[in-house]
Write a protein that binds this ligand. Sequence first.
Ligand code: ADE
Ligand code: ZN
Length: 349
Amino acid sequence: MHTVPVVETSRLPLLLRAMPKAELHIHIEGSLEPELIFALAERNGVDLPYADVEALRAAYAFTDLQSFLDIYYAGASVLLQEEDFYDMTMAYLRRAVQDNVVRAEIFFDPQTHTERGVAMGTIIHGLTRACRDAHAQWGISAELILSFLRHLSEEDAIATLEAALPFRDQFIGVGLDSSELGHPPEKFTRVFARAKQLGLRLVAHAGEEGPPAYVWGALNALAVERIDHGVQSEKDAALMQHLVERGIPLTVCPLSNLKLCVVDDLTQHNLPRMLDAGLKVMVNSDDPAYFGGYVNDNYVQLFAATGMGAEHAYQLARNSLEATFASPQQQAAWVQQLDACFARFANRN
Ligand code: ADE
Ligand code: ZN
């Protein structure tokens, strides 16, 4: 590993913010800020069950995953036109660039929109155009991952994948999200097999609220390459060993876990223990507009709460870059940027 400088605690947030990183667990619908929700509602003539931005924000007091999802789907109801998907994605990518995110692999939930009559092409064209424009303007690399809603049937997921095939070149993989408990990965075995046949990369949410058995299910029944969340894996020693041996990345989201009451307090978060155990964990924002912070806020708050240092920061950023679905050459170039950033900090000590 690259020699990591000793960085005074007071300068750690600067380093965390400056280091190049990838964000691999971000739901684009979860980046919709209340101000943009209201602007789009007005532009599209959509009625919202909240009087104003403050009333909406005041409703962001979640007790579990489902209490969040109910509001998240209500917020997404303002997305109707290609321009809406474009504006939302540009807003996220502009913000990600400020956080020195060099690569974003972005989830989108087509079923949330197609069931309201929005065409698949409208959704994907808006998202893709933003990814291209952001790359051209700011240099960020951004790709899309189509996520199936696990509270709906596998037949619905299969129909969604088929409807997206005319746009196959505009997304790199498939994922699985929404209400976890009661919807084990095995429910989606056939659609993931089909996606694999199509050469798509595979990820799934597992072990956010659900048991370690769901992480096993995502690995064995769905053949996923990364686990989204996975924080419940710690309850199963054999699973932990398997994740380490196979080098399976876990895309952990600390502020999400806090706001959805998966952990009581950030000081209790198990990311430091998982990192020390040799798991390929990294830090992500999940739904930044709802959970009180973008990716750098997640890093800074987690480090303040747990006392992790510069060597942990290096490993987390490196894990994020090496867990991307970009080419090994591209990953190596980003790791060089990471090393250069740490070398700059070393020279100033
Ligand atoms: N959709 C958006 N955020 C999610 C999360 N944290 N878990 C499951 N589904 C989601
Ligand atoms: Zn998520």
